[in-house]
Design a protein around this ligand. Structure first.
Ligand code: CDP
Length: 647
């Protein structure tokens, strides 16, 4: 089954969209601009080879092998990785695709597998330079001193240049107007400093392949919280803190904030350098958040308390911030590399899901992502150390919406949520079993003894699934002794890689059934439109029917107002056909079996009021989720996705 599946998707040609994106941003080029890579398989060969080479440095079993056995082993790993990538059933995050192999001799990266020698793999490892950075997610701490702040600015610049997205919690900074002893002056506060970070990142750009991405967090009890919530007011997507998503941090139990909200209580705003007693009603804070999110989509909320509750290294280490899209909470200087499995490809055209192959894909993907850690080069030593100590991974999914289309299950249904729980619980079980197996084979993450795993800790909030007993059993037995990675799972937005895989992104419903996607041509800075009609819909609809509705579909993006079979309308829902509560419930369903977090947007229609948005903010506190992003259609002028009528 697995082999057939791999072959089937290896042979499937890439769409024009996917090829365009690859050519524009992913294929290796010489400094002269001449392409070194011309096909998707070239990229897969390079990436699989570099990541397989990690076995030479992270696998103690190889020390006991003869040279011939070692070579066989590494080649086999490369071959397994290559097949998986070539089929596009699993893809690592963009920085891995961009940067794996940078610095190496081209001949070594692409020559046929059977000609590879052990020295060749070693040479590839030895040639890694400071741009060989393969992770998407970083968190940098910002200290309350000019030196600390500008040191962090430098770290932001270095990480951005290498292609990583960075999050920081600015709550350590003293509030605006507080005393600065050295100069007898007044502090300008966290928000003003965020502009410095934004400017630095705007100049650096991410390895010239995409614009940088930042997350700025301020905790709900910081004295500058109201100014912070307004920090992106007037944002048109270009002018104000362009590179930042901003989020209000909830470091305490989310239910405590809910209680304060419901009882109309005040929260005390505090900072060690702030000596004026200040209180503000939690309802005032939420009202402001809702108003601004209604206008511009910012701020979101991040439930840091909830993240630490399920963090195996807490309290020895503490999660202080998330990365820009929120799927990974990290402690100071930690980084994480991501990868995503396309569920739609594991489901055949009749809607039958291949669980056996899914298990094999999960296990190979965990090995792949764990190897990425050992071939990664970071621009800052403190990051190298933090990453090696905890070995955090973020394996997730994409293609969920397209899979549901194939199965003919509406996204906004109990059936879809229960399937989501089973899929994620199955994935949690196999991914964690593999991480424990790797712990046994290659060694535990160095801080294992300081973690909660030896005490039988389960890093999930859990719900009801078919795999609950096995999950409990795992954490109560083998996981007490072996664990290679502090956390293993996360669901990323997959904004680019889902396009390379020709599938729907992350756990999100499709945004539109037919659309135009703009891709920035960095060489000329022009925005180029790419047209697209959902492939599953195109297959399920008779050709003449598709032709009949095509223009309306491109115009509207949804079937909602089109004269067509009601059953199809229920199945082929898009983001804006789905009630915000159904979005939240899907986020919670997946989150129950994810140890890191989930990137999810709660879409609300353009016609929603500020009170509607407020209701979602309060509702979110009641669910076992780790954060909230609300987006009202049309509230930002520069959407990445847009329907044809906005052309
Ligand atoms: O699909 P791809 O691997 O390119 O990325 P994604 O899943 O859309 O985003 C994953 C993470 O990559 C984000 O949470 C950011 O940390 C980072 N990212 C970034 O640094 N710059 C961007 N322009 C987009 C994403």
């Amino acid at each position: 089954m697995y082999r057939q599946l791999i072959e089937r998707y290896k042979q499937k040609p890439l769409s024009e969209n996917a090829l365009k994106i690859l050519k524009e941003r992913y294929f290796f080029k010489k400094p002269s601009g001449e392409f070194v890579e011309n096909s998707w398989f070239d990229v897969c060969r390079r990436v699989a080879r570099v990541v397989a080479a990690a076995e030479l440095i992270n696998n103690p079993r190889l020390e006991k092998m003869t040279a011939a056995e070692k070579l066989d082993f590494v080649r086999q790993v490369e071959s397994d990785f290559f097949d998986l990538l070539a089929s596009r059933i699993f893809l690592p995050n963009s920085p891995t695709l961009f940067n794996a192999g940078i610095g190496a001799d081209y001949e070594l990266l692409y020559k046929p597998l059977e000609q590879m020698k052990l020295e060749d793999y070693q040479k590839i490892l030895d040639s890694r330079n400071h741009l060989h950075m393969l992770s998407a997610c970083f968190v940098v701490p910002v200290e309350d001193s000019i030196e600390g702040i500008f040191n962090a600015v430098k770290e932001f610049a270095l990480i951005t240049k290498a292609g990583g997205g960075i999050g920081s919690n600015f709550s350590a900074l003293r509030p605006k107007g507080s005393f600065v002893a050295g100069t007898h002056g007044k502090a300008s506060g966290p928000v003003s400093f965020m502009h410095v970070f934004n400017t630095a990142v705007s100049i650096v750009e991410q390895g010239y392949r995409r614009r940088g991405a930042l997350m700025g967090i301020l905790n709900i009890d910081h004295p500058d919280i109201m100014e912070f919530i307004d920090a992106k007011k007037g944002n048109d997507g270009e002018r104000v803190l362009k590179f930042f998503n901003i989020s209000v941090g909830i470091p305490m139990d989310r239910l405590e904030i809910l209680r304060m909200y419901e009882n109309d209580e005040e929260i005390e705003l505090k900072h060690p350098k702030w000596h004026h007693p200040t209180k503000v009603k939690v309802r005032e804070i939420f009202k402001k958040m809702a108003q601004n999110a209604w206008e511009t989509g910012d701020p979101g909320m991040v439930f840091l308390g909830e993240m630490n509750k399920y963090y195996a290294l807490y309290p020895y280490r503490e999660i202080i911030s998330t990365n820009p899209c929120g799927e990974i909470g990290l402690s100071a200087y930690e980084a994480c590399n991501l990868g995503s499995i396309d569920l739609a490809k594991l489901c055949d055209d009749k809607g039958v899901f291949d669980w056996e192959s899914f298990a094999k894909v999960i296990r190979t993907a965990v090995r792949f992502l764990d190897n990425v850690i050992d071939v990664n080069v970071f621009p800052i030593d403190k990051i190298t150390q933090a990453v090696k100590e905890s070995r955090r991974l973020g394996l997730g999914i994409m293609g969920f919406a397209d899979m549901l289309y194939k199965m003919e299950i509406p996204y906004n249904s109990e059936q879809a949520r229960s399937l989501a729980k089973n899929l994620m619980a199955f994935m949690a079980l196999h991914a964690h079993e593999e991480s424990s197996r790797l712990g046994q084979e290659k060694g535990n993450f160095p801080l294992f003894e300081y973690s909660r795993y030896p005490n039988g800790f389960i890093p999930f909030s859990m719900d009801v699934s078919d795999y609950d007993d096995e999950i409990r059993e795992h954490f109560n037995t083998i996981a007490k002794k072996y664990k290679r990675n502090v956390a293993v799972l996360a669901i990323a937005p997959t904004g680019s890689i889902s396009n390379i895989a020709d599938t729907s992104s992350g756990l999100e419903p499709n945004f539109l059934l037919a659309y135009v996607r703009y891709v920035n041509k960095l060489s000329t800075n022009e925005r180029e439109p790419l047209f697209y009609v959902n492939e599953v819909l195109a297959k399920k609809l008779p050709e003449n029917e598709l032709l009949r509705i095509r223009d309306r579909l491109i115009e509207e993006g949804s079937l909602r107002n089109i004269d067509i079979d009601e059953r199809l309308k229920k199945i082929f829902v898009v983001a804006h056909d789905i009630d915000p509560l159904d979005h939240l419930l899907m986020q919670e369903a997946f989150q129950s079996y994810v140890d890191n977090n989930i990137s999810k947007t709660i879409n609300v229609p353009n016609s929603a009021t500020v009170d509607d948005v407020l209701e979602i903010y309060v509702e979110a506190l009641k669910h076992k989720i780790r954060g909230l992003t609300v987006y009202r259609d049309g509230s930002l002028q520069t959407q990445v996705l847009t329907s044809a009528k906005d052309l």
